[in-house]
Design a protein around this ligand. Sequence first.
Ligand code: 5GP
Length: 211
Amino acid sequence: MSEINKNKGVMLVLSSPSGAGKSSICKALLNLDKNLFLSISSTTRQKRPNEISGKDYNFVTEEEFKKQLKKNNFIEHAKVFGNFYGTDKFLVDNKINEGKDLLFDIDWQGAQQLREKMREDIVSVFILPPSKSELEQRLKNRGQDDDEVVKKRMDGASSEITHWAEYDYVIINKNLEESVNTVLGILKAERMKRIRQIGLGEFIRSINLDN
Ligand code: 5GP
């Protein structure tokens, strides 16, 4: 992209109760859109067997997390289901100013903090499950967590859902492909927002027909 058409990156925030299909949507988005990068969070949660450290999360001890928190390294952080999660401040600044778009798979507490700090840059999308029974089934089918964790997440789902109205867009995830395409459409439109096209003034001057 030429300097004249320089864009500021979109901070695309996706939240949902766990089991609504957000992880699958995120994975597909990252595969399909090469200007979109995942904001890799730090967490004190135990790594799941299918997860890769440094790719899905930076898995850290509680001591390390608190050290980083004290150094003010997180742009937002929250405790979710008893574990700490935080977003690296420097990664966000670098990517956004380079014109790269960042995908945040974070909960409503994180979304709220990002909105307070960077309102203009945030585009937030809330993903809803098609029904309560579907949500329960998806959580059980994942087979990644034990029964107690599934119950905790089911309880947490209803409190997460109460925050739907704080988001710019809401998608009921009935079909993965359709939901992914909808998010890609949102991203495409948000990239064209005047405030994100920071080189636009210069471009307008270059095509000023009066001169
Ligand atoms: P999980 O442990 O299933 O990967 O994630 C649990 C919840 O924590 C999900 O809702 C996920 O979006 C959220 N989460 C993941 N990373 C962060 C983060 O950096 N900040 C916040 N606030 N939430 C996060």
